[in-house]
Design a protein around this ligand. Structure first.
Ligand SMILES: C[S@@+](CC[C@H](N)C(=O)[O-])C[C@H]1O[C@@H](n2cnc3c(N)ncnc32)[C@H](O)[C@@H]1O
Length: 332
């Protein structure tokens, strides 16, 4: 990256309100395509969608997401640089999109020879564009690999110091974050770093009349995705029964079931529910009013489509002995 562009990244990393700086970075990245058409439809795969190049570009404008990931990835690389003498550090951006927006701009913050960056994406036009962007920023340490990051032999033949993957959608639906985490977790060195460190999904009830999804009761934690939990999550899917808090029996307000997402990006860099478009909660149906249910069963496949999510309201009598053992109570 040219030295006159350096302040944009520095300003984002320095904290404070990142809005103007992320927009500036977005414009700068878009400028590197110089009329090159970013073609390609969303690809539907077994473990989730590879969203279209234009869809991936739109993610950059989710200001808090982009700023928090850039800060987290920067800190992760610095931490690993500090604890190992290996150089260059091998960094993988798995599902990098057309501009590798969460990794490539950070190269300006490190010395030559400190980092080698592998960028991988399913979309040929995104891969071609990353080559252009790296050239425009005069970064020669970027290697672009086109294909499925979970299967590509060039990816699988080495270990990485830092792996970054933002192939994520709210509630771990639609995109392959869980499958990619499970597949690549064995490739990160024991003293390396994984970004995002973990993704959490929980269920809660909200007043159905409120547009702001104001929480009335917490229901329970649905999933915690990390490199350690990913394989089990992918193999077993999400299949949880929760007891409905007793407090709902005391009023007849209409409630909806919400699934909320939060992300521990790295260190203290976190995206809380509603802190970014990416972590906006989504409604998954209305809770019956009479009779009030005593349990809710939530079942879906990470990376699956939203309309595949199964929500079943029940009384504790409906619950089989095996799932009764799995019923989780919400905290008081
Ligand atoms: C939500 S976009 C995010 C792009 C970029 N990481 C960012 O955060 O700005 C996800 C990207 O991952 C890519 N992707 C999804 N599944 C993939 C796979 N199995 N192998 C390679 N790329 C994949 C998509 O093509 C898309 O470009």
């Amino acid at each position: 990256m040219r030295s006159d562009e350096y302040p944009i990244v520095r300003h984002i990393l320095d904290g404070g309100s990142p809005k103007a700086h992320v927009f500036h970075l977005d414009v700068l990245l878009n400028g590197t395509s110089r009329g090159h058409a970013l073609l390609g439809p969303t690809m539907y795969m077994d473990h989730g969608r590879a969203i279209s190049p234009l869809g991936a570009i739109r993610c950059i404008a989710d200001v808090n997401r982009t700023a928090t990931f850039l800060r987290g990835v920067h800190e992760a690389i610095r931490d690993v640089l500090a604890r190992t003498r290996r150089r260059p550090l091998q960094v993988l951006d798995a599902g990098c999109g057309p501009y590798a927006a969460l990794t490539l701009p950070l190269l300006s913050q490190f010395d030559e020879g400190q980092i080698h960056l592998d960028c991988v994406d399913m979309h040929p036009s995104s891969c071609e564009q990353v080559v252009r962007t790296a050239r425009a920023f005069r970064q020669e340490c970027v290697h672009v690999i086109c294909g499925d990051v979970m299967r590509h032999p060039e990816v699988r033949r080495r270990l990485y110091d830092v792996i970054v993957t933002e192939t994520l959608y709210s509630a771990l639906l639609q995109e392959p974050q869980a499958a990619i985490t499970a597949s690549l977790a064995p490739l990160v060195r024991p003293d390396g770093a994984w970004v995002p460190a973990s993704v959490h999904v929980r269920a809660y009830l909200a007043d159905r009349s409120s547009r702001e999804n104001v929480e009335t009761e917490h229901v329970g934690q649905i999933a915690a995705l990390s490199p350690a939990s990913a394989q089990e999550l992918v193999e077993q899917g999400i299949d949880r029964t929760f007891a409905i808090p007793r407090s709902v029996q005391h009023d007849e307000r209409e409630r909806k079931l919400m699934l909320g997402t939060s992300i521990d990006v790295y260190g203290a860099h976190m995206l809380r529910e509603e802190g970014a478009l990416l972590t906006s909660a989504a409604p998954f149906g209305r809770m019956p009013v009479a009779p009030r249910p005593e349990t809710v069963h939530i079942r879906y496949r990470p990376g699956g489509e939203v309309d595949e999510v199964k929500i079943e309201w029940g009384s504790s009598d409906d619950v089989s002995e095996s799932s009764r053992r799995r019923i989780s109570s919400s905290p008081p």
